[in-house]
Design a protein around this ligand. Structure first.
Ligand code: PMP
Length: 428
């Protein structure tokens, strides 16, 4: 019997479903892994080129020696987090403020969900308003504030679609849902809820539905609408932050939000996240004497996360990380497009920098609703077959792929060869 399956069966005895987050590969079984660089190895000893990258954190590759060395050094010299402070917190915050345009001040927490929760709560405190705007298809974490209309069933687009049983009705109803890339829709929502919108939260590229790019002027338009309405603009850069630029996608787009949330690639896989923003807002948190917005967490600013984040950012400063992953991303997208053209299989290969998604449809999606045209069963079969052939991607609809600094040109060549053979098999 497969060792993966054996471990899975054992795990199901102790854990509901055998896995510890709702989105983990269970098709046909979860993969229990070791990982190194660009590769993962399952419990049966199979090797995969990994583009799942744990949903994005591994921008430098798994088990990066420089990051790990800094983490081990930090563990060896401090256990003061929680009551005392470390110089690591100061240095990590300084680096974020140096690079991310909207960061005048920063606070650390442990997950992207915590960061977006705090950003929304702060916006409500600053504005004295209750309502929030989000976009259909964007994900901002598991909490009641934003967990609605994520990957909705098609018939639920535009309808009330809470992401979970047990959510507070009041929270669901205070979160208004707009269509990405549709400024008229956002403008109408502001008009109909005049003086009531505390914050607008957006993934500047909605990577939770693959890679739907903001159309020219869209993010700028959101900035203007938020400023005109006294609403805080929150860029949720948990995926885009540090991956698309050391300063985040806000630097690429030239649009500065009021608050930014970060996580994933900021520490190459170690658990840490951050909320950052303009000083007058950030000073409302009660880490500042007199602040009235509660901000707390036993492990906030933990030495492991901050050491990993400092190491990751330092490496981005000192080595051509983005240059390399962008070049490999361009090669991958061009290679896949050429294969599809040659084989006559319709696809829209979307992407930015190191991220790509092949949609099985023949036009560029501008928002979640457009993705109904993606052939989901083809998408799933394709990803499952790639997995069987040693390319790691979760067999789930609309999931993106990530290239890291440890991927090589040879990995791209091998991947393109496998993509071609899988597509030929699926065509026949
Ligand atoms: N925001 C975005 C854009 C995300 O993609 C995610 C996680 N996929 C989150 C927030 C939540 O982060 P976490 O899973 O660390 O709570």
């Amino acid at each position: 019997m497969s060792r993966n399956v054996q471990i899975y069966e054992e795990s199901k005895k102790y854990t509901p479903g055998g896995v510890h987050t709702s989105i983990r590969s269970v098709d046909p079984f979860p993969v229990f892994v070791k990982a190194q660089g660009a590769y993962i190895y399952d419990a049966d000893g199979r090797k995969y080129i990994d583009y799942q990258a744990a949903f994005g954190p591994f921008i430098l590759g798994h088990n990066h020696p420089y990051v790990n060395a800094k983490v081990i050094e930090a563990i060896g010299r401090t256990d003061l987090y929680g009551v005392g402070c470390t110089d690591l917190e100061v240095e990590c915050a300084r680096l974020i403020c140096k690079h991310v345009p909207s960061s005048e001040q920063v606070l650390f927490c442990n997950s992207g969900s915590e960061a977006t929760y705090h950003a929304i709560r702060l916006s409500r405190a600053v504005t004295g308003r209750k309502k929030l705007i989000k976009f259909q298809g964007c994900y901002h974490g598991w909490h009641d504030y934003a967990a609605r209309n994520m990957l909705s069933a098609w018939e639920m687009i535009g309808k009330r679609d809470p992401g979970s049983a047990g959510m507070l009705d009041e929270a669901v109803d205070h979160t208004l849902v707009c269509t990405f890339n549709d400024l008229d829709d956002v403008e109408r929502t502001f008009r109909e809820n005049k003086g009531e919108i505390a914050a607008l939260i957006v993934e500047p590229i909605p990577h939770n539905i693959g890679c739907v790019l903001p159309q020219p002027g869209f993010l700028q338009g959101l900035r203007e609408l938020c400023s005109a309405n006294g609403t805080l603009l929150i860029f949720d850069e948990v995926i885009t932050g540090f991956r698309h630029d050391i300063g985040g996608f806000q630097l690429v787009a030239g649009v500065t939000p009021d608050l930014t949330t970060m996580g994933k690639a900021m520490a190459n896989g170690y658990p840490i996240a951050a909320i950052a923003g303009r000083k007058p807002y950030m000073e409302r948190f009660n880490t500042n004497p007199g602040g009235d917005v509660w901000f707390a967490g036993t492990y906030n600013g933990h030495a492991v996360g901050t050491a990993a984040s400092i190491a990751t950012i330092e490496l981005m400063e000192n080595e051509p990380v983005h240059e390399r992953i962008f070049r490999l991303g361009d090669r991958m997208r061009a290679g896949i497009r050429e294969i599809h053209e040659r084989l006559g299989i319709k696809a829209f290969v979307a992407g930015f920098g190191s991220v790509w998604t092949t949609y099985f449809m023949d036009f560029e999606p501008k928002h979640y609703g457009d993705l109904q045209h993606n052939d989901a069963s083809m998408y799933l079969s394709y990803r499952r077959k790639l997995n069987e052939n040693g390319i790691f991607k979760l067999p789930m609809n609309l999931k993106r792929n990530h290239i890291g600094y440890s991927h090589t040109d040879e990995d791209i060549d091998v991947t393109l060869e496998i993509i071609e053979s899988v597509l030929k098999e699926l065509r026949s």
